[in-house]
Design a protein around this ligand. Sequence first.
Ligand SMILES: Cc1cc2nc3c(=O)[nH]c(=O)nc-3n(C[C@H](O)[C@H](O)[C@H](O)COP(=O)(O)OP(=O)(O)OC[C@H]3O[C@@H](n4cnc5c(N)ncnc54)[C@H](O)[C@@H]3O)c2cc1C
Length: 450
Amino acid sequence: MTKLRLAIVGAGPAGIYAADILLKAEKNFDVSIDLFEQLPAPYGLVRYGVAPDHPRIKGIITALREVLDTGRIRLFGNVLYGRDITLDDLKKHYNAVIFSTGAARDADLDIPGIDLEGSYGAAEFVSWYDGHPDVPRAWPLEAKEVAVIGNGNVALDVARILAKHADDLLPTEIPSNVYDALLASPVTDVHVFGRRGPMQVKFTPLELRELGELRDVDMIVHDEDFDYDEASKTAIASNKQVLVIDKVFTQWRAREAGTASRRLHLHFHAKPVEVTGDGRVEGFRYERTAPDGQGGVIGTGEIRELPVQAVYRAVGYFGSPLDEIPFDEKRGVIPNREGQVLDDSDHPLPGVYATGWIKRGPVGLIGHTKSDAMETIKHVVNDQANWWAPTHPDEQSVVDLLVERGVEFTDLSGWHRLDEHEKALGEPTGRARIKVVPRDEMVTVSRASH
Ligand SMILES: Cc1cc2nc3c(=O)[nH]c(=O)nc-3n(C[C@H](O)[C@H](O)[C@H](O)COP(=O)(O)OP(=O)(O)OC[C@H]3O[C@@H](n4cnc5c(N)ncnc54)[C@H](O)[C@@H]3O)c2cc1C
């Protein structure tokens, strides 16, 4: 029987779901899958993006782990495509490759002052609090007043982690250095700014409601933002999510002024204009907008400014190009048609596929990467005539290649070892786990039996 030797690059949910769907798909060939991941641990943004105080979502890892544990997928962690393994290598060893490398960096926000000291991208901060090995371990939490730009779930994650008292994060898996830094944070006011109105937000009701439940944090919204236009009223009447969001705001607006030591302010109709300061952030300037009647906004020319000492922009993630693979610089994705990667003339590149955020762009929940993967796998299965013809298809030869290159790769049993190690670290203090952050320590623990 024909055998498909498939490489998947990126062990986030998209890559793991793609492997699972392929293994379960009806097909007239055998399959052997190798999953390459640049980090020593799998699960992508589920481990390094989803907030630590969202254990239910982090729990998706259990389902992803079940897929890896079927024993039908080999994991090669700590292997970076483009450095440790190249497209030529993949062509020698596999019939096809799926790229599921996600999107890890911040989209740009082009306003004056955005590069001042004290102005950060949300992705950097998220990577820090989630213990990503490739970001600095120290984070300057010196600001009393902070601006968070953006109206999606990531903006709310960032605002919540900044405003929440560190002790309320202690039961989660936050690394110790993150707890220590948050404990010492002098923050009193976190201001979240959205360009559009409260009925045009991108965040979900659950994430919003959660903010109102934070201990010793008052939610502040402003009546002037709730003068709904027809488009907002229609949205409330026709969309259940929007209706729930409106209810949450209505409850908050009816609350008495609080006495909490920290405040989380939501400002709508506030278009970022400038981050001000002499060398470092001292303020945030924005233009008041007004509804345009069609669900959008127009500038009013009225400029306001708030003193802040730090700015976090949460205006979206962006994908990164991969060696020898076409890239759409505008959208930050690999150009593709239903997961078939396209060359410059829009023709499918034989043997090369994409799935997840690098295919579709950085929007949508973990569950969406499943439907993505289904679409991509359909093409992998049906494109048999276009698969590559590898010269070294045996499973051992790629292992030999990595060993020969001195790549200190980790495998699935290594991940189990690290997983157990992290749980053991948490045990004495009753925590579910304490993440190991330094890459070399992750690799050492994972490779302990090599
Ligand atoms: C801050 C944040 C919070 C979120 N919270 C939620 C939530 O609460 N609920 C929810 O459903 N969704 C949430 N999401 C969305 C969710 O994380 C994504 O939908 C999902 O992770 C996308 O999956 P992916 O596999 O495409 O990408 P990723 O999860 O990013 O995985 C890509 C993997 O590829 C690896 N990789 C990249 N480049 C290379 C290379 N050159 N070589 C080898 N490996 C490489 C990366 O290390 C990574 O492990 C959140 C996203 C963010 C950013």
